[in-house]
Design a protein around this ligand. Structure first.
Ligand code: AGP
Length: 639
C-alpha cells in the first residue's frame, strides 16, 4: 500500500514563501510571420522537449485577443487538449515546455502565464529571486495571481508597463529592470498582434530570421526547419520581433550589438547542442549543473539554506544513524556521501545497494535517516527500499533530479538536484549534482546538530563554489584522454583503483566503461590489491589509478603511490589521475591525467570527469551507441 502523501517531519514545518519554481532548463519558442503560429510553435516545442517535459503550453494572438492552452505532463497532453479544444488561428504565438525543479508539474504552474485581463502572455526560463516582494506589491495593487510560480509576476508587471508605455518592447525593458536573478522571457500582448518580445539574462535565447517571419527559441533546434539564419542574444538584452524586423536593445533601450550566424547543424544535432551524443553534451553541462545545484542554497555569507528540505531541526538532532540507499551510479554517489556525512556530522552512516537493502532485515527506527538517491526518481529497487524504511519508522530524504517523480513523492522530504534533464542512459551530470546534494545534506546535518561550526561550513561552501570552474578546467584538457581511450579500444579489460573517496570513483569509472564500451572493467579499493586482485595484473594491462591529494591525507597518498609501483612492476600500463603538481606519481605513470587541486572529500567532483570522457570516447571508438547502450534503460522501473 502506497503511504499517504508525505507530510513534513513536523507540523510546524512551513512551506517556503510561495513555492516558486526554479526552471533550470526548459524549452521556449516564439513566432511571428505568415504561417500558423500554433503549428510552428508546437513543432518547435517538440524539438525542445528533451529540455523539459513536466508540462507544456502555448498562447496565440487572434481576432484582437489572446488564447492559451497549457497542460501538465508531456507535450502529447497539450496536443490532445488542442485537438479537443482548438485555439483560434493566428500567426503570432509563444510556447513553453517545462523542466520544473520547484513547484509541481501542474496545469496551474505550466507556462504561459497571463495577466488578469488575459491580454498578456509570458513564458520564462530561470529564477526570479525577488519575485516574493514583487508578488506582494502586485497583490496590493489588486492583481490576483493564480499560480505559485515566480514567472506569473512578470505577466502582471508587463500588463502594467504596457498600459503606461503602449510599447511592448519598452514594457519588457521596464520590467526587466525590476527583476533580479536569472530570466529569459518571451511575451506577447493582444494589442500588438504582429509583435513578439523577448529578454535574456543568463539562459540562452536565439532569434531565427526568415523571409517575412521571425522566431525566438531556447536553442536553434526549434526553428532550423524554417531558417538557418540566427542571431544570438547577449546578456541583458531585449528583442522585438516583427515579420520584417528584429530590433535588439539593452535593458535601457540603447541599441545593442548582436552576433549573426548561419546554423550548420541538422535538427537532431541541434537538440544535442551540436554534440554527437547527449552524453557529450551532458558531460559539458556539468559546470552549470553543479552551479545550478548550489544556486539559492548558499547565501552571501556562505551559510547554508536548505529550507526546501522540510525536516524539522528537532528531528535531525534526534537522528542517530544515516543509511543511504541507491543503485548504480547513484550508489557510488552514496558511497562518497558516507565519508562526508561521517566526517562532518560524526553520525554513523551506512551505504547500501537498494536491491539488497530490505532483504537483509536492516535495523531501522524513527531515529534513522534514510537518504534515497535517484536521478529518475522511479528506480523500483530504490523505491521499494524507501517504502521498507518508512514502514520501519525511519525518516526518508530523497535526493532526486526529477521533480514530482515517485521517489520524492513517497519520501518525507526531498532535496532536488538541478542538473536539468539527463537524456543519455549513462549518468554523468546527475552524478556530480548528486555529490553536491550529498555534501549539502551532510553540511546541513552538521550545521543543525552543531558538529560543524559556521566558519567550517563557509570554508567547504566556498570550496564547493569553486568546483564549476575546476570542472570547466578539466573539460578543457580532455583531448589526451580521448586519444588514450581510442588507443585502448582493442583491449578487453581495464581495472580501476582508488582509496578513500577515490574508491567509489574507481567503481564509477568501471561502471561507465562496462555500460558504454561493453568491456570487462572492475574497480577495487587499492588496499585490496594484495588480497587477490593483483593476480590479475599482466603485461600491458591498463589500470586507472585515482590518486588522492598529496596535501590532505598524505598516508593515503603514500600507499597508493606504492600500489602504482607494485602494479607497474608487474607490467601494468598505469593511467594515473592525480592533482596538478603531484611529482611523486610521475616516475610510475605511463599516462598522466592532471586534475585541479581539490580538498580530499570534494576530489570526486573533478576526478570523475576524465573517467566519463574516457569511457564515452572508448565506446565511440568501438562504434557503440553511446546514448542508448545495449540492454540498458534510463530508468529501471522493475525490480
Ligand atoms: C548509471 O550510468 C546508470 N544509468 C545506472 O546505474 C543508474 O545510475 C541507476 O540505474 C540508478 O538510476 P537512478 O539514479 O535514476 O535511480
Amino acid at each position: 500500500m502506497i503511504p499517504a502523501a508525505p507530510r513534513p517531519f513536523c507540523d510546524d514545518a512551513k512551506r517556503g514563501e510561495g513555492d516558486h519554481e526554479r526552471i533550470i532548463m526548459c524549452g521556449i519558442v516564439g513566432y511571428v510571420g505568415g504561417q500558423s503560429a500554433l503549428d510552428v510553435v508546437v513543432a518547435g516545442l517538440k524539438r525542445l522537449e528533451y529540455r523539459g517535459y513536466d508540462s507544456a503550453g502555448v498562447a496565440v494572438l487572434a481576432d484582437g485577443g489572446l488564447a492559451s492552452t497549457k497542460k501538465a505532463g508531456k507535450l502529447v497532453n497539450l496536443e490532445k487538449a488542442l485537438v479537443e479544444q482548438p485555439l483560434p488561428a493566428g500567426t503570432t504565438g509563444i510556447g513553453h515546455t517545462r523542466w520544473a525543479t520547484h513547484g509541481g508539474p501542474t496545469d496551474a504552474n505550466a507556462h504561459p502565464h497571463l495577466d488578469n485581463a488575459g491580454r498578456v502572455a509570458v513564458v520564462h526560463n530561470g529564477i526570479i529571486e525577488n519575485f516574493a516582494g514583487l508578488r506582494a506589491e502586485l497583490a496590493e495593487r489588486g492583481h490576483d495571481l493564480a499560480s505559485e510560480t515566480d514567472t506569473e509576476v512578470v505577466a502582471h508587471l508587463l500588463a502594467e508597463a504596457y498600459s503606461s508605455t503602449g510599447d511592448p518592447a519598452e514594457a519588457m525593458r521596464q520590467v526587466c529592470r525590476q527583476l533580479e536573478g536569472a530570466f529569459t522571457l518571451v511575451a506577447v500582448h493582444a494589442d500588438e498582434p504582429d509583435v513578439v518580445v523577448g529578454a535574456r539574462r543568463n539562459s540562452p535565447l536565439v532569434v531565427g530570421v526568415g523571409e517575412g517571419e521571425a522566431f525566438l527559441a531556447s536553442d536553434v533546434a526549434a526553428f532550423i526547419a524554417h531558417t538557418r539564419s540566427a542571431i544570438e542574444l547577449g546578456q541583458d538584452q531585449v528583442v522585438e520581433l516583427r515579420r520584417e524586423s528584429v530590433t535588439v536593445t539593452d535593458f535601457d533601450g540603447q541599441p545593442a550589438e548582436v552576433r549573426k550566424y548561419h546554423v550548420d547543424w541538422d535538427a537532431s544535432a541541434a537538440e544535442k547542442g551540436g554534440y554527437d551524443y547527449f552524453m557529450l553534451k551532458e558531460i559539458a553541462e556539468q559546470p552549470k549543473a553543479v552551479a545550478d545545484t548550489l544556486l539559492g542554497r548558499i547565501d552571501g555569507s556562505g551559510a547554508l539554506h536548505l529550507d526546501e528540505v522540510r525536516i524539522a531541526p528537532s528531528v535531525l538532532r534526534e537522528v542517530d544513524k544515516v543509511v543511504v540507499v541507491a543503485c548504480g551510479t547513484a550508489y557510488h554517489a552514496g558511497m562518497i556521501a558516507k565519508y562526508a556525512i561521517e566526517h562532518w556530522t560524526r553520525l554513523p552512516c551506512e551505504t547500501e545497494l537498494a536491491s539488497e537493502f530490505r532483504y537483509r532485515d536492516p535495523i531501522l527506527d524513527q531515529r534513522t535517516l534514510v537518504i534515497a538517491i535517484s536521478q529518475s526518481g522511479e528506480t523500483m529497487d530504490t523505491l521499494m527500499a524507501l517504502r521498507h524504511a518508512r514502514e520501519q519508522g525511519a525518516k526518508v530524504l530523497a535526493i532526486c533530479n526529477t521533480n514530482g517523480s515517485t521517489i520524492p513523492r513517497e519520501s518525507d522530504a526531498v532535496l532536488y538536484t538541478h542538473a536539468g534533464p539527463e537524456v543519455a542512459v549513462a549518468s554523468t551530470k546527475a552524478f556530480l549534482t548528486q555529490l553536491v546534494a550529498c555534501y549539502l545534506v551532510a553540511l546541513y546535518l552538521g550545521q543543525t546538530r552543531g558538529t560543524k561550526w559556521g566558519d567550517e561550513i563557509r570554508t567547504v561552501v566556498r570550496q564547493l563554489s569553486e568546483v564549476p570552474g575546476q570542472v570547466e578546467r578539466v573539460l578543457e584538457t580532455m583531448e589526451p584522454v580521448r586519444a588514450l581511450a581510442r588507443s585502448l579500444a582493442h583491449k578487453n579489460t581495464v581495472l580501476f583503483l582508488g582509496r578513500h573517496v577515490g574508491y567509489p570513483v574507481a567503481l564509477e569509472g568501471a561502471l561507465k566503461l562496462k555500460e558504454l564500451a561493453y568491456m570487462h572493467a572492475e574497480g577495487f579499493a587499492a588496499g585490496e590489491l594484495k588480497h587477490g586482485p593483483i593476480a590479475l595484473i599482466e603485461d600491458d594491462l591498463p589500470v586507472v589509478v585515482v590518486v588522492p591529494s598529496p596535501r590532505g591525507r598524505s598516508v593515503l597518498h603514500e600507499k597508493i603511490v606504492s600500489n602504482i609501483q607494485e602494479i607497474r612492476a608487474r607490467g601494468a600500463r598505469t593511467i594515473v589521475i592525480a592533482e596538478e603538481g603531484d611529482e611523486a606519481v610521475v616516475p610510475y605513470a605511463d599516462h598522466l591525467i592532471w586534475i585541479p587541486a581539490a580538498p580530499t572529500l570534494l576530489q570526486p567532483l573533478v576526478a570523475t570527469v576524465p573517467l566519463q570522457v574516457f569511457a564515452c570516447e572508448l565506446a565511440t571508438a568501438r562504434g557503440n551507441e553511446v546514448d542508448q547502450p545495449r540492454n540498458l534503460a534510463k530508468s529501471v522501473t522493475v525490480e
